[in-house]
Write a protein that binds this ligand. Structure first.
Ligand code: 5RP
Length: 227
């Protein structure tokens, strides 16, 4: 029986198949992506570098000898590789467990293909088992919490060391538990319009094109219809 860490290593290595030599690669954030970065180090001579979705991934990429390019210096990426907290059978995802959701959506938006890398525990029938992260401007936090509560969610301000967590963008994160997300596109569209919301951690408008799913039987490829 493989451990979750071994599954993450397996899928991180498998994602190299989606990296084109000579092209920049978009890199997400999280423990699964860390395995991908470790594997990518082995082909650093064959790619010009990466566009990163967080300070943490930037540090790891640079430590691996991979150049990191500013997002504004890049017009398009052929591929973006990132993990997920949940993915459903349509390729819709919940992301942001690592608080990097805003930059993840930005780098994903530059990319032609979103390759989600995940272990089998992340595949769900319906999104919402994992509390949905929402990045908010601090002065709006209480208001946004109330709005999610009126939808039946249990919304809390994410803490670190007894204080509200501050993201790479200087904002806060609200985690919304108890949502049963049958229409991810509608929820993402609605919450995105609330004043003070920076990014909703539902990735439906920018869903995955494929998911490399690590299982005890090996890595399976799930392909999704494009929106
Ligand atoms: C970070 C993310 C991550 O992709 C997500 O939390 C999955 O992380 P891990 O691979 O550590 O389970 O969205 O903001």
């Amino acid at each position: 029986m493989l451990t979750q860490d071994e599954l993450k290593t397996m899928v991180g290595q498998a994602a190299l198949q989606d990296v084109s030599p000579g092209e920049l690669v978009g890199v997400g954030t999280g423990s699964t992506v860390n395995k991908f970065i470790d594997a990518l180090a082995g082909m650093r001579e064959r790619i010009p570098g990466a566009v990163s979705s967080s300070e943490a991934s930037t540090l790891r990429l640079r430590a691996a000898g991979i150049a990191v390019f500013d997002c504004n210096a890049v017009e398009r990426l052929s591929v973006y590789v990132d993990g997920a907290d949940e993915i459903d059978p349509r390729g819709y995802m919940v992301k942001g467990g690592g608080a990097a959701l805003t930059r993840e959506k930005i780098v994903a938006a530059l990319s032609e293909r979103f390759v989600c890398i995940a272990d089998q525990s992340k595949l769900v029938d319906t999104l919402g088992r994992f509390a949905v992260p929402v990045e908010v401007i601090p002065m709006a936090a209480r208001h946004i919490i109330r709005r999610f509560r009126s939808l039946g969610g249990v919304a809390t301000l994410r803490q670190r060391d007894g204080r509200p967590l501050v993201t790479d963008n200087g904002q806060h994160i609200i985690d919304v538990a108890g949502l049963h997300i049958t229409d991810p596109l509608a929820l993402e569209s609605m919450a995105n319009q609330w004043p003070g919301v920076v990014t909703v951690g539902v990735f439906a408008h920018q869903k995955a094109h494929i998911c490399l799913l690590a299982t005890t039987e090996g890595v399976k490829t799930l392909a999704f219809n494009t929106p």
